[in-house]
Design a protein around this ligand. Structure first.
Ligand code: PEP
Ligand code: MG
Length: 937
């Protein structure tokens, strides 16, 4: 509560701060619509641990995800809107949290509530749990708030035992189906609940097939399955020393316990930490009447997306399997068939699509797709089963999608009047744009395609082929780019998939584990490249005669499905089409400006293409490293006298001037902030004998004298040493030369008729007003001299970076001189936390694991500490100079949550690397929309 109040206060202050500085505001209409549509989540009923659904009504709703998990909330919602959902019950996430809090004990009231809800299911289905005539069978599934595909456990066909299996056979008139279901149940339950590995069962099945000369599961008859069930039960008895549970209530509570336990299994923990999902959320458990997709040729099971999750195209996208259970599709055991004829033809599959094999049911399914999209106003990811011609919905949720698809769907839905522009902007995760901002293989370059699979997740990546997740993690840890190549992936591979640049599988469709997870992670993925034979033990894969050994470089193109030998030349992406449209809306809604950190013409051009509104940081020292300049720079640093330094600086001046001319031309009138020299000096000192010889020739000093001078300049802690404005104080002629280069360039470009250039000269690492007073005096002096010499003036500003806590604290007096502040949050983080930015990697992982930091403070701003200094300095700076320009140019300028912070702190702009400019533009718009929503709420 206290936290909420504090947050409100900060938000109010930020609003006030922004009001003080006149700026355009986000168009209200678009924003309002978002706010109106965001329903308030329902409060849980006190003491209620179980929620029922089915038969056209439900106790839960879609906005109760926190309590019922995503699956439970959406099953309830689908029931409420009259879709065919098998009846069931959801045990809340609060039970999971309580279970872990109370030493794995359930709340006392739980059993009674589950029994009551189960009785309701029995009545609706007309069957009884454990009944010898009409047995009710159920599925038991996990369902957290956020989807965690395949990370937790599921049990199907629960309620089968030696008696109910006979009843199922009789009732269905299909003995084979009943015994096949029973053997599936024993295998799944034993694996998930009793911890008897599935390989035991697979082995027994293989042995039976071999003994009886059978190849495919479909060749097995009822008697075969009966024998296999007997063998399975024997195996369980052998492994556990007790029989497979026959009491259906024991089965149920065993499965519920297993689902709750799976919340804490290693792969779920890894997934949560990769996706910032707190452990405290817990999972719900859904117990639902079984429907069977394996009841013959008029039954099937499938997964579908209402639009293509890879491209966003408005087509029905998905796969189904006739006479199968849901897990068969996800597990990639059988190769699924397409839903539509069009997609079947596209992939060249001979097996009929659902549209062709079950036209009436398919039409009904399409009706459901339309209802769901209209209701949820978003692309849906659906699981369904058809039991003997009757369609049942088992799940719906917002579909995971690639960034490309997210953008297309958002833009299309605005055109379809399903969502507002503001909502469309809120729908795309800014960080995911990264997937689109990176180069793709040059279509003109020759590509040696060695295999082709499905285009499962777009983008391309080159890297060394590896064949296990552990290898991927190890090599990536050493900084190598790797492509993880697997027969198929499973949740155990998640760490390797995360470490890899791309994922290639030999088996599996576009909804296989590899495809779904890769899309979620934004990794390119080619799945189901059937020509590839992978042998992890031997560390190689073969495609016909070709052998790719571990470590050989391959490229995968997840947009075409191609696997290419070697590295590919890549081309730059374009921000056109839907991307461009979304950015136009984002720009209309955002208040923060977005600049870039760039010093080379190439970077500046890229940033302009990506929509930057100026340069927020040009690090001039980066311009000094060129081979033809470094010797002159060294001469300058190592010379003993002002004359010596001036002589060296005179060599550098024309080169610097030309750098700035180019930048000013490219930025065409946009503001350009140029930071005067700020290197830790040691980075420039000569290292090799050759370096010394070159400097000796230029200065006329002996190598011995130079070595002595180098020694004298050596520092114990260069990061806190003779850098930033301290160099300008010691060697004013350096800053004077740079100022001259800046002003001469500005005048030159202005005279040439270019758009008026407004340079912003920035003094780094200032701690005191006195430093900026002295140095601004020098800069102004040079400006006056240049303007007089050239007979032309240009407007300019002189400001400072705020990189030291003292500068933040004394911002009010520094602002008397400084005309703008740019927060250098790299150094400000370093100096506030007292953590070296160069050494933090050595222990940051430990700090993150221990929960000391939620995110690396060098990546995402430490809002409570460093952020407090930023807000305080902004306030104090504005108290002196009302219209002082405020920006940020540390790495945080491209991190979405830091961008939101900057918006709330009332800054004018963020500056980030060129590739992150669109990310910052979108994040800034989202921050503006959220603020508007909060102020209306
Ligand atoms: C900073 O410190 O945040 C900054 C932008 O400067 P540099 O990274 O060059 O030290
Ligand atoms: Mg800095």
């Amino acid at each position: 509560m206290a936290k909420k109040k504090a947050a409100k206060k900060v938000a109010k202050k930020a609003v006030k701060a922004r009001k003080a500085a006149p700026k355009k505001s986000a168009p209200k209409k678009a924003v309002k619509k978002v706010a109106r549509k965001a329903a308030k989540p329902a409060a849980p009923a006190k003491g209620k641990l179980v929620y029922s659904f089915g038969d056209g009504k439900a106790e839960g709703r879609a906005d109760m995800k926190n309590l019922l998990g995503g699956k439970g909330a959406n099953l309830a919602e689908m029931s409420n809107i009259g879709l065919p959902v098998p009846p069931g019950l959801t045990i809340t996430t609060e039970v999971c949290t309580a279970y872990y809090k109370n030493g794995k004990q359930y709340p006392r009231e739980l059993k009674g509530q589950v029994d009551a809800a189960l009785t309701r299911v029995e009545k609706l289905v007309g069957a009884k749990f454990g009944d010898a005539r009409m047995p009710l069978l159920v599925s038991v599934r996990s369902g957290a708030r956020a989807s965690m595909p395949g990370m937790m456990d599921t049990v199907l066909n629960l309620g089968l035992n030696d008696i109910t299996v006979e009843a199922l056979a009789k009732q269905s008139g299909n003995e084979r189906f009943a015994w096949d279901s029973y053997r599936r149940f024993i295998q799944m339950y034993s694996n998930v609940v009793l911890d008897v590995g599935h390989e035991h069962f697979e082995e027994l099945l293989e042995m039976h097939k071999e003994e009886h000369g059978l190849n495919l599961d479909t060749e097995l008859k009822a008697d075969d399955w009966k024998q296999i069930v007997a063998a399975y039960k024997k195996k369980v008895q052998q492994e556990l020393g007790k029989p497979f549970p026959q009491d259906v209530r024991d089965q149920l509570w065993g499965a519920i316990g297993a689902v709750f336990s799976s919340w804490m299994n290693q792969r779920a923990i890894t997934y949560r930490s990769l996706n910032n999902i707190p452990a405290s959320w817990g999972t719900a458990v859904n117990v639902q009447a079984m429907v069977f997709g394996n009841m013959g040729e008029t039954s099937c099971t499938g997964v579908a997306f209402t639009r293509d999750p890879s491209t966003g195209e408005k087509i029905y996208y998905g796969e189904y399997l006739i006479n199968a259970q849901g897990e068969d599709v996800v597990a990639g055991i059988r190769t699924p068939q397409q839903l539509t004829k069009e997609s079947r033809l596209k992939v060249g599959n001979d097996m009929p699509s659902m549209e062709e094999s079950m036209p009436a049911t398919f039409r009904q399914l399409v009706g459901v797709f339309k209802t769901l999209e209209k209701h949820y106003r978003d692309m849906q990811d659906i699981e369904f089963t058809v039991q003997q011609g009757k369609l049942w919905m088992l799940q719906t949720r917002s579909g995971k999608r690639t960034a490309k698809a997210a953008i297309k769907i958002a833009v299309d839905m605005v055109k379809e009047k399903l969502v507002s522009q503001g909502e469309a902007v809120m729908r795309v995760d800014p960080a995911s744009l990264d997937q689109l901002l990176h180069p793709t293989p040059d279509p003109k370059a020759e590509r040696k395609v060695i295999a082709k699979g499905l285009a499962a997740s777009p983008g391309a990546a080159s890297g060394k082929a590896v064949f296990t997740a552990d290898e991927a993690e190890q090599l990536a840890g050493k900084g190598e780019a790797v492509i993880l190549c697997r027969v198929e992936t499973s949740p155990e591979d998640i760490h390797g998939m995360h470490a890899a640049k791309g994922i290639l599988t030999a088996r599996g469709g576009t909804t296989s584990h590899a495809a779904v997870v890769a899309r979620g992670m934004g990794r390119p993925c080619v799945s189901g490249a059937g020509a590839i034979r992978i042998d992890h033990a031997a560390g190689k894969m073969t495609i016909g005669d070709l052998i790719v050994n571990k470590g050989d470089v391959i490229t995968i193109d997840g947009s075409t499905g191609e696997v290419i030998l070697g590295v590919m030349p890549m081309i730059e992406p374009q921000l056109s089409g839907d991307f461009g449209q979304l950015m136009v809306w984002a720009d209309k809604l955002r208040k923060l400006k977005v600049r870039t950190n760039a010093e080379t013409p190439a970077d500046a051009e890229t940033a302009v293409r990506f929509g930057c509104e100026g340069i927020g940081l040009c690090r001039t020292e980066h311009m000094f490293f060129d081979a033809d300049r470094i010797t002159a720079v060294r001469e300058m640093i190592l010379s003993h006298s002002v004359e010596g330094r001036k002589k060296a600086l005179a060599k550098i001046l024309p080169m610097q001037r030309e750098d700035f001319v180019q930048l000013f031309k490219i930025m065409a009138g946009r503001p350009v902030t140029i930071r005067l020299l700020d290197p830790p000096l040691h980075e420039f000192l000569p290292k090799t004998d050759g370096d010394f010889d070159a400097v000796a020739r230029g200065t006329g000093l002996s190598v011995a004298a130079l070595k002595e001078r180098k020694k004298a300049l050596e520092e114990t802690n260069p990061m806190l040493g003779h850098r930033g404005c301290r160099l300008g104080i010691s060697f004013p002629e350096i800053y004077e030369m740079q100022a001259r280069a800046i002003f001469e360039a500005a005048v030159q470009v202005s005279k040439a008729g270019g758009k008026p250039v407004e340079p912003e000269v920035m003094i780094p690492l200032v701690a005191t007003k006195a430093e900026i007073d002295i140095l601004k005096g020098k800069v102004d002096g040079v400006a006056a001299a240049v303007f007089k010499e050239q007979g032309k003036k240009v407007k300019y500003l002189v400001g400072t970076m705020i990189e030291l806590p003292r500068a933040a604290l004394r911002a009010a007096d520094i602002a008397e001189t400084a005309e703008f502040f740019s927060f250098g949050t790299n150094d400000l983080t370093q100096t506030t936390l007292g953590i070296s930015r160069d050494d933090s990697a050595l222990f940051m992982e430990d700090y993150l694991r221990a929960g000391i930091f939620e995110r690396d403070p060098f990546v995402s701003i430490d809002q409570a500490g460093v952020g407090e200094l930023v807000k305080l300095a902004a306030e104090r700076g504005r108290s002196t100079r009302k219209d002082i320009k405020l920006g940020i140019c540390g790495e945080h300028g491209g991190d979405p949550s830091s961008v939101r912070f900057c918006h709330n702190a009332g800054l004018d702009y963020v500056s980030c690397s060129p590739y992150r400019v669109p990310i910052a533009r979108l994040a800034a718009a989202q921050a503006a929309i959220s603020e508007e929503q909060a102020s209306e709420a």
